[in-house]
Design a protein around this ligand. Structure first.
Ligand SMILES: [Zn+2]
Length: 129
């Protein structure tokens, strides 16, 4: 079962208007529930630390890499796609939220969602081949 990001993953979503909460919930529905461990956001597929919240640890250890599209990137270890900048129309205008959320991914040409845990196993097999 692949879990989606929801309003429960956003700390102060209850302070927003009903309309802003609806826009935020729709935006979040495109992403996986963030996986937190060891004071970092983990890659849903390979469990590498994507982000520690900024600073030296990120410079040294984080696997997030920027891509070609503004605000988008990927895990530098397994290449799972990640959006880091989120532009949202909230109650006080458009805001940029900086937070890595991994995209939900689907098999090409289908609505079959890819379970990042199964991709982890497959990716490791590929790496060893
Ligand atoms: Zn990864």
């Amino acid at each position: 079962m692949v879990e989606r990001a929801t309003l429960a993953d956003v700390g102060d979503a209850d302070t927003l208007s009903e309309a802003a909460r609806a826009r935020l919930a729709e935006h979040l529905s495109h992403f996986l529930k963030p996986k937190l461990a060891d004071n970092s956001i983990r890659c849903p597929s390979c469990d590498a630390p994507l982000w520690h919240g900024g600073g030296v640890l990120d410079a040294l250890c984080s696997t997030f890499r920027w891509g070609l599209v503004h605000g988008d990137g990927f895990c530098g270890r397994c290449r799972w796609p990640v959006r880091f900048y989120h532009y949202l129309q909230l109650d006080d205008g458009e805001r940029r939220i900086v937070f890595p959320l991994a995209y939900r991914c689907f098999r090409k040409g289908t609505d079959e969602e890819i379970d990042p845990a199964s991709e982890r196993a497959r990716g490791l097999e590929d790496a060893e081949a």
